[in-house]
Design a protein around this ligand. Structure first.
Ligand code: ZN
Length: 247
């Protein structure tokens, strides 16, 4: 079985500069995400960071990624436009799935792929209840109808995203705000998932349900086996048999 090539890209700045963050995620929050994805035999997981050479994603690496997870916050602007374009094209061609985590709602790759600025309102860390809105969805597998996150940064509507193709999770916060917290988008031949928990001073990536949702999302977002759309190459004969397609 070919394993899914999964890369977790992290800005990786807070963990190196803020004591409180270092305490929760000593090797970076991407390393914590890797540790729970690593138990899956169908995944080969590795890490990338903004300050790595080529911002962690040289062409030869990017070209082999099946699913890219992205966490960024304070340095969105530092990510090169050239890299963003390569990521977007790879998603549109259906060669790679993209998962935007927490403050990646305003990251260049996410906003560029979905097409809006991703703005939202935010507030103090507080209790959050995550509600499963679409229990039949693959990403909700193994998740109860709701679960509690003890402390998470308040993210609130209005959230400037295009209407999601599937809204799998919705969040309620202690202060009364709500948020489209887990949203799927089909873009071109590729799949994109946004998932809200994951503030750097909160422990959400240790929550088993959050871990299960991210794991499910990686499998959901993987490229389709049928292959990629071919540009500017209309076949002369529009009807083929199954055998002809397979040859
Ligand atoms: Zn945050």
């Amino acid at each position: 079985m070919k394993k899914l090539n999964v890369v977790i890209w992290n800005e990786f700045r807070h963990e190196r500069t803020k004591e409180k963050v270092k305490e929760i995620y000593p090797d970076g929050l991407h390393a914590t995400i890797k540790s729970f994805l690593d138990v899956n035999e169908d995944m080969e997981v590795s890490l990338a960071a903004l300050d790595d050479p080529d911002q962690g994603l040289p062409d030869e690496r990017l070209e082999n990624i099946d699913v890219l997870l992205w966490w960024g916050h304070m340095a969105h602007k530092e990510v090169s436009d050239e890299l963003v374009e390569k990521i977007r094209n790879r998603v549109y061609l259906g060669k790679m799935g993209f998962i935007a985590l927490h403050s990646a709602h305003r990251s260049k790759p996410f906003t560029s792929i979905v097409g809006t600025n991703g703005n939202l309102s935010w507030g103090r860390n507080q209790k959050e209840i995550m509600w499963t809105l679409m229990p039949s969805h693959e990403i909700a597998a193994g998740i109860p109808d709701h679960f509690l996150i003890e402390s998470e940064e308040l993210y609130s509507e209005p959230f400037y995203i295009p209407q999601p193709d599937a809204l799998v999770f919705g969040a309620w916060f202690e202060d009364g705000h709500i948020m489209r917290a887990g949203a799927c988008f089909n873009r071109g031949a590729g799949k994109v998932f946004y998932f809200q928990p994951g503030h750097e001073t909160c422990r959400s990536y240790y929550n088993p349900y959050v871990q299960r949702i991210i794991t499910n999302a990686v499998r959901w977002a993987k490229p389709n086996e049928l292959g990629y759309p071919v540009e500017n190459n209309c076949p002369h004969i529009l009807t083929k048999t199954v055998d002809e397609f397979n040859n």
